[in-house]
Write a protein that binds this ligand. Structure first.
Ligand code: PHE
Length: 449
């Protein structure tokens, strides 16, 4: 095994692919479709797209600038850019590190399910036509098997640890370069097949014809959470990756391409899953199992279905891996940069404790009844860390970049940002007001879930 090393990304395309690798993952393929399905479809999707443009892209550019200007992990970044003694801003970084740890704990459980499906696809289980009921039985069987879910989450964390141990330019960049484009191609083929399934058109309608009466306050909050989660924002992942970016690279185009790529993949996933669901007459509001129950309906409709099934789950696992890598990297970069740990120790201690926190999430989906506030442990982690904490983090990052550090300094760091004035307005006014408004509304109405 190579010696632990960190360093800068070797090339601009390497950086774009690594950042896109962080952004593209289960958030696009698993979380986006089921959240859209639960929240009524098109109206949610439109609000989500609006948030990507108005909040996601500006905050992404802010995080990348903060990261590169400071060259530090999220905590060190705020310390460096706001060097006043007793500054409270580094707490935003600490919240991010904690959030990264929390997300990693439940994300690795879903990634573990992907490995279970990969295994079943390899054994030819999806080769023959499968009704939604049969597919559901398999799903329930997997997620309620206590040993399987815990072991698979553990295996996934272990894979993540091995790559992060190797450092950014070694592991992350190399893996992302080849596999992300491959994933895109497989998704395109699956979308073409799903869209031509009989009855698939209803899926497109569901995704694009909005009925705004279905839009609740909680749905707007979920759309904001989803936009941030999907772009890996609000917890310092993009601050950390920005710190590994070469000084002379212009940030604007790189950031915007990552956001567009990520959003395109989410929409593409929707164009696979909803047509597939509607063609077999299944419900879009099935919750976190949606993708896992929907996908087997497509594979047997394709020539070489088994091969497509295997490729889909394998590449989804890789996409999830490039995201878990970025989550673990945030915590490790903090322990190495601020606490003086060596990389090796940081990787193993964080992975081990994260595994312990993953266990209740893994078991909460059917193996054991673990509920808090009427939510399963996994759902609760997903809402707390994946929606609430990211929204708070993004709000504070926007205020920091726009007002404390200063929009002009951030713009200078971006090195020639087209429409920089627009960015400044977004980061100073639009992002803080919109995010704070949504959070206050949710707090006042108590409409959390
Ligand atoms: N963006 C990743 C996904 O969509 C998840 C993630 C969130 C990764 C936050 C890093 C930080 O799958």
């Amino acid at each position: 095994m190579s010696a632990p090393s960190t360093g800068k990304f070797g090339s601009r395309i390497g950086f774009i692919l690594a950042a896109a690798g962080s952004a593209i993952g289960l958030g696009n393929i698993w979380r986006f479709p089921y959240t859209a399905g639960e929240n009524g479809g098109a109206a949610f999707v439109l609000v989500y797209l609006g948030f990507v443009a108005l909040i996601g892209i500006p905050v992404l550019l802010a995080e990348l600038s903060i990261g590169r200007a400071s060259g530090k992990n999220p905590v060190g970044a705020f310390e460096t850019l706001d060097p006043k003694r007793g500054s409270k801003w580094p707490w935003v970084g600490s919240l991010g590190v904690l959030t990264g740890f929390g997300i990693l704990s439940f994300y690795s459980v879903i990634a573990g399910w992907t490995l279970s499906y990969l295994w079943r696809a390899l054994s030819g289980e999806f080769a023959s036509a499968m009704s939604p009921e049969q597919s559901d039985v398999i799903f329930k069987q997997i997620i309620s098997s206590p040993v399987e879910v815990v072991v698979m989450a553990g295996v996934f964390l272990l894979l993540t640890a091995v790559v992060v141990r190797g450092g950014v330019s070694g592991g992350i960049e190399r893996a992302a370069k080849v596999l992300m484009p491959m994933f895109f191609v497989v998704l395109l083929v699956l979308a073409v097949r799903a869209l031509t399934l009989p009855g698939g058109g209803a899926g497109v309608t569901f995704l694009f014809e909005p009925d705004f009466s279905k839009l609740s306050g909680a749905a707007v909050m979920s759309a904001l959470g989803q936009a941030l989660f999907s772009l890996s924002l609000g917890m310092g992942a993009m601050i950390t990756y920005g710190s590994y970016l070469q000084k002379q690279e212009p940030l604007g185009l790189a950031g915007v391409s990552v956001a567009l790529f990520d959003t395109a993949i989410a929409v593409l996933a929707g164009l696979i899953i909803f047509p597939a669901l509607f063609s077999v007459g299944a419900e879009p509001s099935a919750g976190p199992g949606l993708v896992f129950v929907a996908m087997p309906a497509i594979f047997d409709q394709l020539p070489m279905g088994t091969a497509f099934g295997v490729a889909f789950y394998a590449l989804l696992a890789v996409a999830a891996l490039t995201s878990t890598i970025s989550l673990l990297e945030v915590v490790v970069a903090y322990l190495v940069g601020e606490r003086g740990w060596n990389r090796e120790k940081a990787v193993w201690v964080v992975t081990g404790t994260c595994f312990l926190l993953a266990i209740p999430s893994a078991l909460s989906q059917g193996a054991v009844d673990i509920q808090l506030f009427g939510q399963s442990f996994l759902d609760l982690m997903n809402i707390l860390f994946g929606n609430v904490s990211l929204s708070l983090g993004a709000l504070l990052i926007a205020v920091f970049a726009g007002w404390r550090w200063g929009a002009d300094k951030a713009l200078a760091e971006m090195k020639g940002m087209p429409m920089g004035g627009l960015w400044a307005v977004a980061i100073r006014y639009v992002c803080p007001l919109a995010i704070a408004g949504i959070m206050i509304y949710i707090l006042v109405t108590g409409n959390f879930f």
